[in-house]
Design a protein around this ligand. Sequence first.
Ligand code: SF4
Length: 353
Amino acid sequence: MDFFNSPVHSWYSLYKRDLPWRNTRNPYLIWLSEIILQQTRIDQGMAYYSRFAAEFPTISDLADAPEDQILKLWQGLGYYSRARNLHFTAKFIQQNYNGIFPDNYNTIRSLKGIGEYTAAAIASISFNLEYPTVDGNVYRVLSRFFGIADPIDTSSGKKTFNNLAIELIKGVDPGMHNQAIMEFGALQCTPKGPNCNQCPLKERCFAFLNQKITELPVKQNKTKQRDRHFNYLVLSHRNHTWIRKREGKDIWKNLFEFPFIETEDEISIEKLTTLTEFDRIISTTDQAIIENVSDWKIHILSHQRIHYRFVRIQLTDKINGTEDFIRVNKEDIFNFAVPKLLETYLNEYMKNV
Ligand code: SF4
């Protein structure tokens, strides 16, 4: 894993920010900085960290302080339960461990207000223990560099990244290593506009080499997608077909489309022709010959998955049920703005007119 670690570590030694908690391995101060920085910008967090470290230089000082004083000092940071947990745990360490911060991961992790990430940060930075910190920055760097598309918000995805992070941290300075990847993600491999051109990883970075930067990392539940099923009816009578303009609050508003029937599922053509909606559009089914039924395909939108197919129907006589639609010459249909999936179909359809 040196091909990844070595450039990131070198980059870190050159470009890391000089932050006050980077000059200490004191577990109490590392803990303090980690709790303050949760959901807080670094520049804002720095001022709070300096005030807390000055006011309460040791765990005992924090444990002995009245809660009101702690909350007052915390004011403006929000999430006051973090301050209360900080105080509770300081008193707990004072009473149970004589004010000495525990030095093994499991005990640290068992303390109130300390989750997996914070425990790993303290264990690695203060006690040289090989526990990786896997935060949003780390997910991003690893998913892009190694090309991992497992969703970062699923337990199996988390496990994949965690296993990789465990491999990466073996045999290196764990505290420096954890901070290096997080800093790399925060400054170099940023969510938007990563500095790929001047990146020491670019020659082996999967996302850079495959133009996948905007697609990685993957989040499964970012947007819940709704499945819809569109049966487009491509009616044909002599040189004419029928379309309509989409209206109302739905996708593709004001674009044109063929008459279509939305169904719950990918239903069979037999079932489709028995629907009232089908009769309403076609009206005289005995004069409608189904010429061709395409396979179901899927068109992905940001919040919807459109399952769609085209049913080509030859009308043999005058039709009654298409008043809602505009009759157009088949060759003129290309003048209308249509959704992408229809455009693709029309380009195929055109060949067969
Ligand atoms: S090349 Fe770009 S995407 Fe890849 S690690 Fe570097 S900054 Fe991130």
